[in-house]
Write a protein that binds this ligand. Structure first.
Ligand SMILES: Cc1cc2nc3c(=O)[nH]c(=O)nc-3n(C[C@H](O)[C@H](O)[C@H](O)COP(=O)(O)O)c2cc1C
Length: 341
């Protein structure tokens, strides 16, 4: 069944119900081996090295869609080169009250203030352990809403220890707009202290287990242009292994006048493309080849994805584009990027 037929049906549902219905359909299709047909004919897998890991292609799933690592084998059938799960917090938490997710079809956008609703790291770890999908899986970690921001590092440490054994890379999420004061952790001094602490623990864990886990840090698009270079440099100097640029935006200029524009939360999709590209370019410049930058935000077409590579992204991730373009979008991007490689 084509997505152009399914999408209007899904879009009649509340966005969170649509999310569950889409996953139920995908999981059913995947268990019958049908989901891989969405991907179409994929080019032969490549061996692209980024962060010391190998990727069959550069197209990844961004954090937030499979928060609990509950749909890995279904998602892998869509053709992704890697999948990032989470954000996972030390303890399970319900997130913000509903409604907390809004569709803006006129803008091909979403606004969400889910607030890290998730099962907690300990529930996800066995699922990560059991996976058998042959592509890297990143685990995005955050702090619980009730943990005071001054004690945020303790939460990140708990989460890091819980997922180190099973993650291929670990993303430190300090850029969600939906956890109070979380973005304050991006101030250069704060991010340097946090990443230094986590990188040190990561080294200890890696030495005792023999398994190296690159540490990526995900930044917001709402940083002052003058600060992005300092923040990226602080992350790298403190031991960060990659930058993910970027999370959702709190800026509403691009959707001004829309009935949901005043809803609080993070805006994603087409209205984010331009700003995400600008942040990516600045992050790549500041990283100066010392670490890779992963480009995410507003990829709604193959051209958007190719432009991220032109701007210097080593890998890309999608979320809102998948909601609007459907499961076949992954294969489309893989083919477009492969033709360039
Ligand atoms: C509904 C929703 C939930 C999200 N949850 C998370 C999350 O838990 N952790 C995170 O780092 N990013 C989260 N994101 C941000 C995405 O990973 C991505 O950075 C952002 O949406 C921009 O990409 P896009 O324009 O392709 O959607 C979420 C995005 C959406 C739309």
């Amino acid at each position: 069944m084509s997505y152009s037929f399914l999408r209007p049906l899904l879009f009649t549902l509340d966005p969170e119900q649509a999310h569950c219905a889409a996953f139920a359909a995908l999981d059913a299709g995947a268990s019958l081996g049908l989901a891989r047909h969405f991907a179409g004919a994929l080019p032969p897998p490549r061996a692209i090295e980024v962060m010391g890991l190998y990727f069959r292609n550069r197209v990844g799933l961004a954090a937030g869609l499979d928060k609990n690592a509950a749909h890995l084998s279904s998602l892998a059938q869509l053709g992704f080169g890697f999948i990032e799960v989470g954000t996972l917090t030390p303890k399970a938490q319900p997130g913000n009250p509903r409604p907390r997710m809004f569709r803006l079809p006129e803008h091909e956008a979403l606004i969400n203030r889910l607030g890290f609703n998730n099962d907690g790291v300990d529930a996800a770890a066995p699922r990560l352990q059991r996976r058998n999908i042959g592509i890297p899986v990143g685990v995005n970690i955050g702090k619980n809403a009730l943990t005071p921001i001054e004690r945020a590092a303790e939460d990140y440490l708990i989460a890091l220890r819980a997922v180190h054994a099973t993650a291929d890379y670990i993303t430190v999420n300090i850029s969600s707009p939906n956890t109070k004061n979380l973005r304050d952790l991006q101030a250069p001094d704060s991010v340097a202290a946090l990443v230094r602490t986590l990188a040190q623990e990561n080294r200890v864990l890696s030495q005792s287990s023999g398994a190296r886990r690159p540490l990526a840090v995900k930044i917001a698009p709402d940083l002052d242009d003058g600060m992005i270079g300092d923040i990226v440099a602080a992350i790298i100097d403190a031991g960060g292994d990659a930058i993910i640029a970027n999370n959702t935006t709190i800026d509403r200029t691009a959707v001004a006048g829309h009935r949901f524009a005043a809803e609080s939360g993070g805006l994603s999709g087409a209205p984010l493309t331009r700003r995400a590209d600008a942040v990516l370019a600045q992050a790549v410049k500041a990283a100066a080849g010392r670490v890779p930058v992963i480009g995410v935000g507003g990829i709604m077409s193959a051209d958007d994805a190719l432009r991220k590579l032109d701007l210097g992204a080593a890998l890309i991730q999608i979320y809102t584009g998948l909601i609007y373009r459907g499961p076949g979008f992954v294969g489309d991007l893989v083919r477009a990027l492969d033709a360039r490689a």
